[in-house]
Every structure is written in structure tokens, then in C-alpha cells.
Write a protein that binds this ligand. Structure first.
Ligand code: ACO
Length: 272
């Protein structure tokens, strides 16, 4: 974990500080039921490092229970240009080293730690929205895929660049990608590493909505408001139910619907 992020813990329990987040290129604001995480290194196109992922995981760990919507966005012309390419150079990223210096035992665990930054965005208690403008490459594309919903600007360029660099996408993006676009299209997108613009993203279900770039924030705010209009426990139960649908049989899913509904009806009518 990055020293600044570690220091901000004070060992644990304390909220990560704004200055520690700023040091790793993140901004984090909680306004009532909405938390907004902004990748904030626009001069480097919001490239991500291990410190970025440690901090994102910490935000997830410390998320106030009152938060129902998490918006993930990027400052500047790009959502995120993916992993910081300095990690591939001998000099690496100051304070974090390079891939050649972390290859030993424990490297797989290091990847598992990085994946935690992405996995919490699917928790049933929240709905996460990626607001994506410009380039969303590699880890940037995977961060957008980690969110429940994606609103894109009309200049969006999704690209799964990892295979072109000799890697695989390993930041939890392969499952949502296959779930959204199907195996053949996911294979084609990953192995060609081609760019997907807004119109195709909508067609492939990689985005729920595409808007002019200057309308991105408003579109996200409108969606958040519409999502918040539904009572929280009903929204959480519905998300949990829908998330399980892909791996259950029809009969199992019907049973899951019944189980959730019994709880809903009891809570709605218990006092009556
Ligand atoms: N890592 C580190 N620095 C980056 C990255 C990155 N991934 N992407 C951009 N930057 C830096 C550039 O080096 C440049 O820095 P400098 O001003 O100090 O020279 C600055 O950001 C601006 O970059 P430009 O290329 O000038 O910006 P432009 O808007 O023209 O292009 C683009 C943006 C298309 C995103 C381009 O920067 C690019 O292709 N970046 C690399 C993308 C990439 O291969 N990412 C890895 C994917 S694989 C993975 O994520 C696991």
C-alpha cells in the first residue's frame, strides 16, 4: 500500500484523508446519499497505479452506510488511460517500483489486492455509475466495467489494450465484459484491442446512455436522482436478485424471487 494511504489510516478505522487521496491522484466527495470518486491526474490522463487501487479499495472499505450511489468519473479529456505505463519501465513509479521489481512470491496476491479496488463497486447496497468521457483504456475500461451502469460522452473510446501489451485483462473486467457483449464480441474486442466509440458502445450494451460531453455530469445527476427515488431496501433486494439471475436456473431464480418477496411484503405490511 502507498505510504500516504497507509499513513492516512492511522493503522485503521480512520477515514482516508483528502490529502492522502490527492497524493495518489484521487478526489472523493460524499454529498448525502451520493459519493463521487474522481480520478484526478488529468495531465497523465488519469493513469492508475497500485496506490490508486489501494486508495479505491480503502474508499470502498470506509464507505459511509448512508451512501447509496457511487459515481466514478475522470477529470480532464480522458476517463483513464489505464495502468501507468511507468510500471513497465525499469525506473517504475516513485514509491511503488516497477513490474520487474515485484515479480517474486506474493505477486498474485498483489493482483488480488488491486482487484479489491474494483470488486466493491458491485455491492448490492449501492449502485455504481461510471461517467466516461474520452479514453477508457485497459484498467480504465475495466474500472468502467466494474460499475453497475455506464453513462458515456459522445467522444468515448473504450479499448481493452492488455492483450496487445502481452497481458490479460485482470482487474475484474472480463466477466462483466462477457456478460454484457457475449463471448464472441468480448474475444474480438480484447484480442484486436480496437477502440469502441459511443454509438457502438450503446449497441453492445457497454453503455446505458450516450450524451454530449458537456451534458455528462447532468445526465449522471439525473440518473442518480431517479435511482434514489426508490426506497433503499427494495432497491438493494432487487439488485441482489438480479445479480444472482445469471447463475441460477429458472426454478432457482423463482425461488429467490419468492424469498426476497416474503421479506419485502412482511416489512411493508407487518405494522398494518
Ligand atoms: N501511463 C502513464 N502516463 C500516461 C499514460 C499511461 N497509461 N497515458 C498517458 N500518459 C501521459 C503521457 O505520457 C503524457 O505525459 P507527458 O505530458 O508528461 O508527456 C500525458 O499523459 C498526456 O498523454 P498524451 O498521449 O499526450 O495525451 P493524448 O490525449 O494525446 O492521448 C491517450 C491520450 C490516447 C490515452 C494516450 O496517452 C495513450 O495511448 N496512452 C497509453 C494508453 C495505454 O496503453 N494504457 C495501458 C493500457 S493496458 C492496462 O491498463 C493494463
Amino acid at each position: 500500500m502507498n505510504d500516504a494511504v497507509e499513513a492516512a489510516h492511522g493503522g485503521r478505522a480512520e477515514q482516508i484523508s483528502a490529502s492522502a487521496l490527492a497524493e495518489v491522484g484521487l478526489r472523493y466527495e460524499v454529498d448525502g446519499e451520493i459519493a463521487t470518486i474522481t480520478l484526478n491526474r488529468p495531465d497523465k490522463r488519469n493513469a492508475q497505479t497500485f496506490a490508486t487501487w489501494s486508495a479505491l479499495a480503502r474508499i470502498g472499505d470506509d464507505l459511509p452506510e448512508t451512501v447509496r450511489i457511487v459515481v466514478v468519473k475522470g477529470e480532464g479529456p480522458s476517463f483513464s488511460a489505464g495502468i501507468d505505463l511507468r510500471l513497465f519501465t525499469p525506473g517504475g513509479v516513485p514509491g511503488e517500483g516497477s513490474f520487474s521489481s515485484v515479480l517474486g512470491e506474493g505477486f498474485e496476491e498483489r493482483i488480488a489486492q488491486a482487484q479489491k479496488a474494483f470488486l466493491w463497486l458491485r455491492r448490492p447496497e449501492i449502485i455504481s455509475i461510471a461517467a466516461v468521457q474520452g479514453h477508457a483504456i485497459g484498467a480504465g475500461f475495466q474500472l468502467a466495467l466494474a460499475c453497475d451502469l455506464r453513462i458515456v460522452a459522445d467522444d468515448v473510446q473504450f479499448c481493452m489494450k492488455e492483450p496487445a501489451l502481452g497481458l490479460v485483462p485482470d482487474l475484474t473486467g472480463t466477466k462483466p465484459l462477457v456478460d454484457l457483449v457475449g463471448l464472441p464480441r468480448a474475444l474480438e474486442l480484447c484480442v484486436t484491442a480496437r477502440k469502441v466509440g459511443a454509438e457502438e458502445a450503446l449497441r453492445l450494451r457497454l453503455a446505458e446512455l450516450a450524451v454530449p460531453v458537456e451534458e455528462l455530469d447532468t445526465a449522471v445527476a439525473d440518473l442518480a436522482a431517479a435511482l434514489l427515488a426508490t426506497e433503499r431496501s427494495a432497491a438493494t433486494a432487487t439488485k441482489r436478485l438480479l445479480q444472482g439471475a445469471g447463475t441460477r436456473t429458472l426454478e432457482e431464480q423463482a425461488a429467490a424471487e419468492r424469498a426476497e418477496q416474503v421479506v419485502r411484503i412482511r416489512s411493508l405490511f407487518a405494522s398494518g
